[in-house]
Design a protein around this ligand. Structure first.
Ligand code: BEZ
Ligand code: MG
Length: 583
């Protein structure tokens, strides 16, 4: 290889590495559990406000004066410096060093300004700083700081305890929307009665707008790795997420099929409009929607909308290579004599009144022999097809068949607080469906997650997401020391992370050896750390060591023999301690 191309390939790798380090550094990392009734501290407020300032938002101007759009501080700074808009900087910084430097300049100016604002409890110095360094007018930045001031005031209130007492006395609790603070600061103050959304308004206009670039990034990612679009994919839809985002995942599903919601005179999304294929610029993707019981219960109208979208798209007179939905429906009807009802079933959930795929329980209780059992359980639980009238029918053969075509599985993450190793439900659903696809299609699907929490929505592979969460949480001293400051519950939280990581090995074989190696090193082989864990919560400590041994025993982690013998020794020591054999 000539020296110049060696150098440019080396530079590209360094840039890529740098971008990853930056991503880890900038991730908003929860430092400890929420303590009921306690308002966030100074550092937490500062990090949250930096994120709040990075999104454009529509907000009430002042009491009763209507709503206005307030630009993101990152965009104002980029504009003031005469740079590309921030979204472009984010995207291009992955491959272009100059854009990366410009992006960092924007981010550090925003951070400096927010720090000044938080320290002063007033906007004057912060706004002057931005005017002087980035030509942002005081008038424009002041509008952002007014939003931040309101968010800060609400963050500092804590009505949780009083509200709980009122609830226990059967008194009225003020309602409030449910969402992530960064996505919608109107959720503050906490301690209110979270109300859901009107399902007919889902997906909101904003959700539809935000869906297009995420879908484009998802399909581009798949295309860059395989050279073509996926014909069929399986997508997980959850209820609470779609409340929080007003239906971002729903909007993504519709966009994938190439339709958008049509609203009636009461602003209800009851029908769909087809996006012409020339405007779509790509084929319509066949989406199998596996839906949680909570979603089904909350979003009956949306289930019907999704089902309608499939029918409308499958009836379009378009060639097979531009409409994979129609292609598959037509083939099923022609080749197998299937009814339209069967051929077009794409919305699946539990039987009425049932919830969960339960794959998590099977993993937590170590109640599986072959990993295929995990995918089979997913299908057993989720094989109820939902159609127009909201009725469901058991349709195992249809789900088996639909999953046998799937090449890609996908879920949207919409909160900085809850990631795929924080709770067992992500591997229950996304892991479960991926495992089901693997057996039915004969190949492990590509598994992706999108992240609508950061500006410049990102699509990552499952493996990338696990590494990112491991680096930023499980193995990050800032995170685990934050947890350990809570004693018993903190140790349990660390153990949950290890177990949830194991869940991704069980369902998707997506965990690198180094992750288990370093978990063992950090929490078990470090004697001082193990002693702290045992002191605070010996049950969780034993469960964690047991899980590592299980990972090795099931062939999911090829641990070094010396590490294993230390783990076994620690496990026996913990058993003895819990059984009272030793002190
Ligand atoms: C839901 O919001 O639909 C959901 C929440 C937790 C686990 C599974 C589903
Ligand atoms: Mg749960």
């Amino acid at each position: 290889m000539p020296e110049s191309s060696l150098k440019s390939s080396r530079d590209r790798r360094v840039l890529d590495l740098y971008d990853r380090v930056l991503e880890i550094e900038q991730r908003l990392i929860p430092t400890g559990l929420h303590v009921f009734g306690r308002a966030p501290g100074f550092r937490e407020i500062r990090s949250l406000l930096r994120m709040v300032a990075s999104f454009e938002r529509t907000t009430a101007v002042s009491a009763g004066a209507g709503r206005e759009t307030v630009k993101a501080l990152t965009d104002l700074v980029a504009e003031g410096l005469g740079l590309f808009d921030y979204a472009t900087l984010l995207k291009d910084s992955e491959v272009n060093e100059q854009r990366l430097q410009e992006r960092e300049r924007v981010e550090s100016l925003v951070s400096e300004a927010v720090d000044l604002f938080v320290a002063d409890r007033a906007f004057h110095r912060a706004a002057a700083h931005l005017q002087e360094r980035a030509n942002v007018t005081i008038e424009e930045s002041q509008r952002v700081f007014e939003v931040l001031a309101r968010v800060r005031t609400e963050l500092e209130k804590s009505d949780e305890l009083q509200s709980l007492c009122r609830a226990l006395r059967g008194r009225y609790i003020e309602p409030g929307p449910g969402a992530d603070i960064i996505q919608n600061p109107d959720v503050l103050p906490t301690g209110r009665n979270t109300h859901a959304v009107n399902p007919y308004t889902v997906p909101s206009t904003t959700a539809v707008k935000k869906a297009a670039p995420i879908v484009a990034a998802l399909l581009e990612r798949h295309r860059s790795e395989t050279g073509r679009y996926p014909e069929s994919m399986a997508m997980v839809l959850w209820g609470i997420d779609n409340i929080k985002t007003q239906g971002e995942a729903v909007a993504q599903a519709l966009n994938l099929m190439g339709v958008r919601p049509r609203r009636d005179s009461l602003n209800r999304a009851t029908d769909v409009d087809v996006i012409p294929i020339e405007d779509l610029g790509r084929p319509r993707i066949d989406v199998i929607m596996t839906v949680s019981g909570i979603f089904r219960d909350l979003f009956g109208a949306t289930m019907a909308l999704l089902d309608k979208a499939v029918r409308v798209v499958s009836a379009l007179d378009e060639p097979d290579d531009l409409n994979f939905v129609a292609k598959h429906v037509r083939a099923r009807m022609k080749d197998d004599g299937a009814s339209l009802e069967d051929a077009a079933a794409r919305v699946f959930s539990n039987a009425a009144g049932n919830y969960g795929a339960n794959v998590n329980f099977m993993v937590l209780d170590s109640q599986w022999r072959e990993s295929d059992e995990l995918g089979d359980l997913f299908v057993t639980r989720k094989c109820f097809a939902y159609g127009r009238g909201g009725d469901s029918r058991e349709a195992r053969a249809l789900l088996d068949r639909a999953l046998s075509r799937v090449e890609l599985t996908y879920q949207n993450i919409d909160s900085t607080e809850v990631g795929i190793t924080d709770v067992d439900h992500y591997f229950e659903y996304l892991g479960g469906v991926s495992k089901a696809v693997e057996k039915r299609s004969g190949a492990r699907p590509r598994v992706y997650l999108s992240d609508s929490t950061s500006p410049g929505a990102k699509v990552r592979t499952l493996e990338e997401t696990i590494k990112l969460e491991t680096r930023t949480k499980t193995l990050n001293p800032k995170w685990y020391e934050g947890m350990l400051s809570h004693g018993f519950s903190g140790v349990a939280e660390i153990e949950h992370h290890v177990t949830n990581t194991f869940g991704w090995s069980a369902t998707a074989d997506a965990v690198d050896k180094w992750i288990y190696d370093e978990v063992a090193q950090t929490f078990v082989l470090d004697e001082q750390m193990l002693a702290r864990l045992c002191e605070m919560n010996p049950h969780a400590a034993r469960a964690m060591v047991g899980r590592l041994l299980e990972a090795s025993g099931r062939g999911l982690w090829s641990a070094d023999e010396s590490v294993l013998s230390k783990l076994r020794e620690s496990f026996l020591g913990l058993e003895d301690r819990l059984e009272g054999v030793t002190a």
